[in-house]
Ligand binder design. Structure first.
Ligand SMILES: Cc1cc2nc3c(=O)[nH]c(=O)nc-3n(C[C@H](O)[C@H](O)[C@H](O)COP(=O)(O)O)c2cc1C
Length: 199
């Protein structure tokens, strides 16, 4: 198989660029992803799923708390992509200067975005290198942004220096993920047995 072709073709399945936030024991954090998809067609049972690599700090925060918020970003938020997607919250407080409030579940809800969704994890799937979290949306809303940020727009408009850093980090993440992709485990989400309110 041609790996360059496979990467190029699979890239067409990426989603809008989102900021995923979480909170654990008073610590608030956020990261960037382009792997957040609709997971329900039922209007009154809204669901999202997100794919988060295990090396990210946000991964452990979501796994331990069972909650997260997803923000579809808008085109004028490339600076936020840099702030949340290029460094880890292990090293600094990335949300310190980002205006936000806490949502119903306690996740950081960013003021500026295209739309936001606060979710409770209802199931997970292990991929070896990442976890796919399935979330019930408990609250959602529109932000002030007008045009949603796509990965294509982001790649075409990243400042030159940042593009290099992005590609370097992507290569490192790919190498890390390659090592672990074969180690897929059966994971039973701890709340699976707990009855949930009917929608
Ligand atoms: C455009 C872009 C897309 C990204 N997509 C993903 C993704 O789909 N899944 C993922 O786990 N990390 C993704 N990342 C990487 C994380 O955002 C990055 O590792 C971040 O520093 C994690 O922060 P944390 O350690 O505070 O959680 C992406 C980064 C960028 C810039």
């Amino acid at each position: 198989m041609d790996p360059i072709l496979s990467y190029e073709l699979l890239r067409s399945f990426t989603t809008p660029v989102v900021a995923i936030t979480a909170e654990r024991d008073g610590k608030r954090n956020g990261m960037i992803s382009d792997a957040a998809a609709r997971a329900s067609i039922v209007p009154d049972v809204p669901r999202l799923m997100i794919l988060v690599h295990k090396f990210n700090y946000t991964h452990d925060m979501i796994f331990e708390t069972g909650r997260f918020a997803v923000h579809a970003l808008h085109r004028a938020q490339l600076e936020l992509v840099e702030r949340l997607g290029f460094e880890s919250g292990r090293d600094r407080d990335k949300l310190a200067d980002v205006p936000h409030r806490l949502g119903t579940l306690g996740c950081p809800i960013l003021e500026d975005c295209w739309a936001w969704f606060e979710c409770r994890v209802i199931n997970v799937m292990d991929t070896g290198s990442s976890t796919c979290f399935l979330g019930d949306v408990v609250e959602l809303g529109r932000g002030p942004g007008k045009e949603i940020l796509t990965p294509g727009y982001m790649r075409a408009n990243l400042p030159e220096g940042l593009r290099e850093i992005y590609l370097t980090k992507l290569a490192a993440a790919q190498a890390w993920a390659r090592e672990r992709s074969g180690d897929v485990r059966a994971v039973v989400w701890r709340d699976l047995e707990r009855p949930r309110p009917k929608p």
